[in-house]
Ligand binder design. Structure first.
Ligand code: ADP
Length: 490
């Protein structure tokens, strides 16, 4: 193997992730796992993405090579440009209809520890089998948390000595906690499983904590979330002390794929538009209303929501004031799936307000584009939000976000009342239904002030949410990680 000399050759990055669009997706991680590697490749990195081959991935459609190139890895066609996607084939573990959750029972697969130990082991195997030694193994969230540990344990091997790991926290709320027996299954991890040890958390084996403790470098996906998880036990779900012990965690904002999310060239829209032709957005609003069965009314704003129906997203603020929102001159369109209680609550409410509220339970990428384009406002009252993508997509489509100022939402949305010249949306601080209502009222009121509304839309559309800047910051972080000593845990 050649000795890595990152100053003179492309940085080799193995990006390990449990989901990657368009192959598999449950949330923002999948978008990021597609767009960041592409942006890194554009920066000159040699990037390979490793993810499981789930049962629902259409191998034929994506041209995934059915001949495994090495042991259990298959990949998209050899002609595929950078980055290259590699898939871990392991039918008993991954040939299933869900990523983490069994759609038939709505519960996590009971062997998720086995499944993601396998992914982490596979990353190590990949490095050996592919005869391609990365400089950096970029790990993402708990499912990849054991990779830094395995790498740490492999440092005795000369060929792996120079490889460094970066662990990115996309959402610290998901910690990969399993019974103590998981530590036995996870091989070398078991020796670190003891009270308050590096993989133990309140009696459980925590994959996330393993990642936080063993990675050579850590970061997260927005500067505000970085501060929040280091200082708040509530937002860090108890891991703030572990983070503080590691020193300052940087936050690099996610971007969005500005080719997929481009109102001027979006195949899913009846009318495309840019900031100079915002009148065409009205055609999309009409189409949205027609498609979801709401009466179209140009004079009142449509508020969109596209979300996992999960507590994190702030639905507990919306539920008690839903009647109040719908009594405003406004309509609400919700696309989402998740918590069965929330699914029922909104579906039933839609029956009571047929002219004001329309709900689509499910996951629908195409329809999500129409909502982004056709809605006037986008509501995201999250309890916490590591970065959030939908507020950025919304701004790009001239759809003004109403957000709680937390995490990445605070870093990307400027309140139009507090920032009369540069405002891009509406935000509120307190996590209460009243504070949210106050922001929703301001937003709905602003809709009637046409010249001002247009100005805020143009501000929002002028923001640069592409990956270019953030990819450069990741390259810098990789280089800093490579030039510092590896993490050593006794
Ligand atoms: P999170 O990762 O916490 O779910 P993000 O805002 O980072 O939140 O990313 C969510 C991504 O998933 C966005 O691309 C959003 O459009 C998409 N999404 C969420 N729910 C749905 C849905 N029901 N249909 C289509 N897309 C959805």
């Amino acid at each position: 193997m050649t000795k890595p000399n990152p100053e003179h050759e492309p940085l080799r990055v193995l990006f390990v992730t449990s989901e990657v669009a368009p192959f598999s997706k449950t949330g923002g991680l999948a978008d990021i796992s597609a767009a960041l590697p592409a942006a890194l490749a554009a920066e000159g990195c040699d990037v390979r993405v490793l993810s499981p081959l789930y049962g629902f991935i259409d191998k034929q459609r994506f041209g995934i090579d059915s001949r495994p190139i090495a042991a259990a890895f298959s990949r998209t066609g050899p002609e595929s440009p950078q980055p290259q996607f590699y898939f871990l084939e392991c039918d008993p573990l991954f040939d299933r209809p869900g990523v983490y959750v069994d759609p038939f029972t709505n519960r996590d697969y009971i062997d998720n520890d086995y499944r993601f130990i396998a992914l982490c082991r596979a990353a190590m195997e990949f490095i050996r089998a592919a005869r391609w030694t990365p400089h950096i193994v970029h790990c993402n969230d708990w499912q990849t948390g054991l990779v830094p540990l395995y790498l740490h344990e492999s440092r005795a091997r000369k060929s792996l000595r120079s490889v460094r790991s970066l662990f990115t926290i996309h959402n610290i709320a998901y910690q990969g906690m399993f019974g103590a027996d998981a530590a036995m299954r996870a091989g070398e991890a078991h020796k670190y499983f003891y009270p308050a040890g590096p993989v133990e958390f309140y009696g459980y084996m925590s994959f996330l904590k393993a990642g936080l403790e063993f990675a050579d470098s850590l970061n997260t996906v927005s500067p505000t979330y970085a501060r929040e998880i280091e200082t708040s036990g509530e937002i860090s779900h108890g891991l703030d002390a572990v983070l503080r012990a590691r020193g300052e965690i940087g936050g690099i904002l996610n971007g969005i794929d500005t080719r997929l999310w481009n109102p001027a060239a979006d195949d899913f829209l009846p009318a495309t538009f840019d900031s100079g032709s915002l009148d065409a957005k009205e055609t999309d609003k009409q189409a949205l209303c027609a498609r979801i069965g709401l009466p179209y009314d140009r004079s009142i704003p449509v508020i969109g929501i596209i979300s996992r129906l999960a507590a994190q997203k702030g639905f507990e603020l919306i539920a008690p004031v839903l009647g109040e929102i719908l009594a405003l001159p406004a309509q609400l369109v919700l696309l989402g799936s998740g918590d069965p209680y929330l699914e029922r609550l909104f579906t039933e409410a839609a029956r009571s307000y047929p002219d004001r509220l329309a709900v689509r339970i499910g996951y629908d990428d195409e329809f999500s584009h129409l909502i982004e384009a056709g809605a006037d406002l986008f509501l995201m009252p999250s309890r916490f939000e590591p970065c959030g993508l939908n507020q950025m997509m919304s701004m790009r489509y001239g759809t003004l976000p109403v957000v709680r100022a937390t995490g990445g939402l605070a870093d990307t949305v400027a309140d139009a009342d507090s920032n009369p010249v540069t405002g891009t949306g509406f935000s509120f601080d307190d996590y209460t239904p009243e504070a949210m209502m106050e922001a929703v009222r301001r937003a709905v009121g602003a809709f009637t002030e046409r010249p001002r509304w247009r100005k805020i839309q143009k501000n929002a559309m002028a923001q640069d949410f592409s990956w270019n800047r953030s990819a450069k910051r990741y390259v810098d972080l990789y280089r800093r990680t490579l030039s510092s000593n590896p993490r050593v845990i006794a």
